[in-house]
Design a protein around this ligand. Structure first.
Ligand code: ZN
Length: 316
C-alpha cells in the first residue's frame, strides 16, 4: 500500500451549510455542517485509513508506528498538517491563532497555526477579513473593546481561484458564501475576537478570548502578498502558491493522460478539488474524484495521472 485514502470527518458549526453534501457528494450528518477534515491526525479528529493493508488504522498511529517507512525521518511527535474544506453559509467569527512558540507557552499545544486558503467557491460580493488597521496594540485594544469593527478590520473581496496566506498572528475571518480548501498546521487553537453577538441552538454565545487574541496579534500588520508561479507541463498546469517553513502548497490541473506527478523523498498530501480521473503508480490504479483525500507515501516511486481534474498537493 503506497497511497493512503483517508475517511473524511465532519464538524457541525454554527456558520455551516449543506454544500459538503450538495457540491462534494459527501455523506454528512444533518444540521449546519461547516467543516470537512480531509486529512488530520489531530486528537479532535483523527483520520481513519479507508483501504488497503493499513485500513482501519488512525493517521496518528501511522505517524507513531510507521513514520520512517511511510513519511520520512521527522523528529516531531505529532503529524504537522491538517487539511480541511470549509463551507461558510454564514460569516465565521473574527479570530487569530498563536505561532508555534506561543502555542506551546499559552496552550501547551505542539503547533501554532499558520493557515492558507484556496477559494473553491465564492458568491458575488463575498469577502474575507484579513488583517487590521491599528497602528499600535493600544489602538487595537481600544477599537476592540469599543467594538469599532469597521475601523479595525481589513476586508478583502475574493473569487474562485484566489489563494490567501494567513500567517499566525493575523486577524481573519472567512465571510459568508465562500467554500474554502484549507491547508494548515495541525492545531485547533483559536482566539475569538468577535462573533457578531450570535447565539447557538442552545441560546448561548460562543466564548471570546480577547486578552489572548490581543497578545498574539501582530501589530502593525500587513498580510502577506502571494506571488503564485504557474508552469505549463505535459497534460496540464502546475501552480506553486506558497513555500513557507510550515508548508508548500501546489495546485495542479490535469487535462489528458500523461500528467507526471513530481515525487519527493518524503510524503505529500493530495486532495481532488474538481473533476475525476485515475492515478497510476507502479503497482496500483486508483479511480479518484472530487472530494477524495490521499497521502502519497514515500514508498511511491512513480505516479502518473489521467483525466480532467484539479487537485492540491501540500508537504513540509
Ligand atoms: Zn483560522
Amino acid at each position: 500500500m503506497t497511497i493512503l485514502k483517508l475517511k473524511p470527518i465532519f464538524k457541525e458549526r454554527i456558520w455551516g451549510g449543506r454544500k459538503l453534501a450538495t457540491d462534494f457528494h459527501y455523506q454528512i450528518p444533518d444540521g449546519p455542517i461547516g467543516e470537512c477534515w480531509g486529512i488530520s491526525a489531530h486528537h479532535h479528529g483523527d483520520s481513519i485509513i479507508e483501504e488497503g493493508e493499513l485500513a482501519g488504522k488512525l493517521l496518528s498511529e501511522l505517524w507513531r508506528d510507521y513514520r520512517h517507512r511511510l513519511f520520512g525521518d521527522y523528529e516531531m511527535d505529532e503529524f504537522p498538517l491538517l487539511i480541511k474544506i470549509l463551507d461558510a453559509k454564514d460569516d465565521l467569527s473574527v479570530q487569530v491563532h498563536p505561532n508555534d512558540q506561543q502555542a506551546v507557552e499559552i496552550n501547551d499545544e505542539s503547533y501554532g497555526k499558520t493557515e492558507c486558503w484556496y477559494v473553491l467557491e465564492a458568491e458575488p460580493n463575498a469577502e474575507i477579513t484579513l488583517g487590521h488597521k491599528a497602528k499600535t496594540k493600544e489602538e487595537m485594544e481600544r477599537l476592540t473593546f469599543e467594538g469599532k469593527w469597521d475601523e479595525l478590520l481589513q476586508k478583502l473581496p475574493v473569487k474562485r481561484g484566489d489563494f490567501i496566506l494567513v500567517e499566525s498572528g493575523t486577524i481573519h475571518a472567512i465571510g459568508k458564501g465562500i467554500v474554502i480548501y484549507e491547508t494548515q498546521q495541525s492545531s485547533d487553537t483559536t482566539y475569538r475576537v468577535y462573533d457578531y453577538d450570535r447565539i447557538d441552538s442552545k441560546g448561548k454565545k460562543r466564548d471570546l478570548h480577547l486578552d489572548k487574541a490581543i497578545q498574539v496579534t501582530t501589530v502593525p500588520n500587513s498580510p502577506a502578498h502571494i506571488n503564485a508561479e504557474k508552469e505549463t507541463v505535459t497534460s496540464g498546469e502546475k501552480t506553486t502558491f506558497i513555500e513557507v517553513p510550515q508548508f508548500t502548497v501546489i495546485h495542479h490541473k490535469i487535462i489528458g493522460s500523461d500528467y507526471q506527478v513530481e515525487l519527493r523523498e518524503t510524503f505529500q498530501l493530495l486532495s481532488i478539488i474538481e473533476g475525476s480521473g485515475k492515478v497510476i503508480t507502479g503497482t496500483e490504479i486508483l479511480e479518484v474524484k472530487k472530494g477524495d483525500h490521499f497521502i502519497i507515501t514515500r514508498e511511491v516511486k512513480k505516479l502518473v495521472a489521467s483525466g480532467e481534474m484539479e487537485w492540491i498537493t501540500s508537504y513540509i
